[in-house]
Write a protein that binds this ligand. Structure first.
Ligand SMILES: Cc1cc2nc3c(=O)[nH]c(=O)nc-3n(C[C@H](O)[C@H](O)[C@H](O)COP(=O)(O)O)c2cc1C
Length: 422
């Protein structure tokens, strides 16, 4: 039986271990995590979700404070159309985040950035253009277009000097979405360098409706693979969503995948951005604790642990500070849900909002515990400590386990007591 290490992903001149750690927004897939993947010869992702917020935390900038001060007058107003991002600030934050990451890169692997179209930021085109161009300026190896159809995204950077040398990829969940993307972008005279096909068991937002359970990754992967072959398009296809063991991954590679994209197993790595308290919740979760719901204001279903603090909270919309999900007219369905809940409960100060969640605030605070379907299996990847908590893993351990394991086995880490004893 083969293992992942029997395969390589060829991306231009780069020969890579075919393991991609997927982007996990708002600094869950940290620079440290992405850099480990690159050091080990694979591909890691940072994310550009809420990047000014992330740089404030990492580099002591004051982007959020300044934005809030500028728009404080508007906090009670349900109309957020005046709340705009300063594009110079957005550029600076992206350059800081990306530049700092790339400076630290070691090894033969690559670091990409996950760019979500659904972060519409009250000026979808302008803000996406700045985010992508600043990432290119700061030396990112690749951009993965996520959470959206991205029909116009290539054209936002086609005149950038790095447009042809940077690796560009797109995440799709159906052949139709890929066909649409390729058709719309054919004008730019450039194909994507890779295509991630994300199935319904992934973490984060899903490219499916609430009927997600009727779909499966293997079938969508096969359909897209066969179509690419028929069209003689030699683009590496990278399945994602529910690939939990090295054997799951090797199975896809044997079926013609260029690499696999994985994320959930890395949520419990020390290099991951989630606080340890939250990582323990991931470990402890059972299958019944994980649900796909419609609480995200993006309109996409999202998978999360159902007792996370983001659900049924009563927080006032925080768009003056954040506002990453404001659409082109300054609207967000959380704002509507918040005011509706208050109208139905007149006179009450704190009214829980069950219809939607304030995703910006809760992702920022690591209170929205999004995860892949198999998060409930994380407990099987480590040791239970004497105090009832679980031992965290190193990203290297998880990566090497994907790379070398066979027979559906998962290698457990060395016990902490042994590590401490040297
Ligand atoms: C905590 C978490 C956050 C995620 N955030 C994003 C994101 O911001 N953008 C994105 O495109 N995908 C996101 N994903 C999806 C992953 O990048 C990846 O494609 C998918 O989860 C792989 O499936 P797996 O988690 O079963 O391995 C997220 C996944 C997790 C677990």
């Amino acid at each position: 039986m083969k293992c992942v290490d029997d395969f390589r992903l060829q991306l231009g001149k780069h020969e890579l271990v075919p393991i991609v750690i997927g982007g996990m927004g708002v600094d869950i897939s940290t620079a440290q995590l992405a850099l480990e993947a690159a050091r080990l010869g694979g591909v890691g992702h940072i994310s550009d979700a809420m990047v000014p917020t992330v740089t404030d935390r990492r580099f002591n900038t004051k982007f959020v404070k300044n934005k809030l001060a500028q728009y404080k007058f508007n906090v009670e107003n349900p109309d957020k159309s005046v709340v705009r991002f300063d594009l110079g600030m957005l550029e600076e934050a992206t350059r800081l985040h990306v530049g700092n990451t790339m400076q630290q890169k070691q090894g033969s692997g690559l670091v990409f950035i996950n760019c979500m179209e659904k972060l519409t930021m009250n000026a979808p085109k302008e803000t996406l253009r700045v985010r992508m161009r600043a990432a290119l300026d700061a030396g990112i190896d690749g951009i993965t277009l996520a959470a959206g159809l991205h029909l116009g995204s290539f054209s936002l950077i086609e005149d950038h000097p790095r447009f042809r040398d940077v690796k560009l990829g797109i995440i799709v969940s159906s052949l139709r979405a890929l066909q649409l993307f390729l058709k719309k972008n054919s004008r730019c005279g450039r194909m994507p360098d890779y295509v991630v096909v994300e199935g319904p068991l992934a973490g984060g937002h899903l490219g499916f409706g609430m009927d997600w359970a009727q779909y499966d990754l293997a079938s969508i992967f096969t359909e897209i693979r066969d179509w690419l072959r028929a069209e003689q398009l030699d683009i590496p296809l990278i399945p994602a969503g529910g690939i939990f063991t090295g054997s799951d991954a090797a199975g896809f590679l044997e079926a013609g995948a260029g690499a696999v994209q994985v994320a959930t197993r890395f949520t419990v790595a020390r290099e991951c951005g989630l606080p340890e308290k939250v990582q323990q919740e991931y470990f402890k979760s059972s299958e019944e604790d994980i649900e796909v719901n419609q609480l995200s204001p993006t309109g996409y279903p999202m998978r999360m642990i159902k007792h996370c603090p983001a659900i049924g909270d009563s927080i006032r919309p925080n768009c003056e500070a954040y506002g990453y999900l404001l659409d082109a007219k300054g609207g967000c369905s959380y704002i509507d849900a918040y005011h509706k809940a208050h109208a139905e409960n007149p006179g009450q100060r704190r009214v829980p909002v069950w219809e939607k969640t304030c995703l910006c605030t809760h992702m920022r605070n690591f209170d929205c515990w999004t995860c892949g379907h198999y998060a409930y299996r994380l407990k099987d990847t480590t040791h239970l400590r004497g105090d009832g908590s679980y031992q965290l893993l190193s990203a290297e351990h998880v990566f090497l386990d994907y790379q070398h394991s066979k027979d559906n086995k998962i290698a457990l880490p060395r016990r902490e007591e042994c590590l401490m004893a040297g």
